[in-house]
Ligand binder design. Sequence first.
Ligand code: FE2
Ligand code: FE2
Length: 201
Amino acid sequence: MNMKISYARGILKNRTSSKLFVHSLGVEETALRLATVYGFDKKKAALAGLLHDYGKIFPKNVLYRFALKYNIVDDLALQEPALLHAPVGAWLLEHELGIVDQEILEAVRRHTTGFPTMIPLAKIVYLADYIEPGRNCPGVQDLREIAFSNLDRALFYAVSRTMSYVLERKKILHPFSVFFRNSLILSLRKNNRELENDEGY
Ligand SMILES: [Fe+2]
Ligand SMILES: [Fe+2]
């Protein structure tokens, strides 16, 4: 790890809206709590949570230009502005802020679509983004409880609801999300044989 959390907070405070800054602090705090419960690196989780939306500092046309110039995303993500800030944000954290920790970069890169083989830090940031205290989408309170007892189960609900949201709004559903959800189902089936029917994840 190569950046102090207080320094990263200062960067965000100066460069983001107060709404995004408060959201980032909420994800930092939630990622730290999840890392504590599940025994993962707390400092890394806090920093990755804090910086996960770094890409949102930049206008969408700037993200698009970076994505195109440096070949950061696939063709599908290039067509959907909402899919740019995570992978381009990770690239900017590396090349603009000098973050070299590959796990932090991976967690930031995957926090919108998920990924079939998510490292634990990426899972924590994905979930923290969904349940941080500022979120009030339907069912989030239940999910906050599940999150601290069964990480994959909470992730399954989070990615399923995110996919429903994307489908309802006729936006592009990135295949990474489908692969991620399938990988969670397989993991839950393996760990909970009694849940092998289609209910109870
Ligand atoms: Fe985001
Ligand atoms: Fe976020």
